[in-house]
Design a protein. Sequence first.
Length: 137
Amino acid sequence: MNEPLPFKPFAISTFILLLIGWGGLFAVLSFSVPIVWFRWGFFALLILALTGVFLPIVYFFHRRFPADPPAESNVVVRQAVWFGVYGATLAWLQLGRLVTVYVILGLAGGILAIEYFLRLRERAHWKPPVVSDDQPS
């Protein structure tokens, strides 16, 4: 009834994200000049690359430490994307030499607060599955 999420869809997504993200970053850094469109492409590809790295890690943590309500696949992907957005935002802020320990911690705290409130909302709307007595177990 409460089966864990299979890893196969995440493995396929991870492979595609890693291939596009890191391959694109290599191409942008090796074969382009630093103009605006390539710079924005760098940030978009960095989000894809970091999401691909953190997708199996987030999946493992959800598998190892199950929550109530159980995490669905959209929660795992959303939390992996947060890591990609966090890394790309720090890279963008580093262009202006704005990254300090307080910025790193404040940005992480803000993302953690947003995720906490999203999970709180999901928990409030979650209804446990109904088990009828007439079905054989």
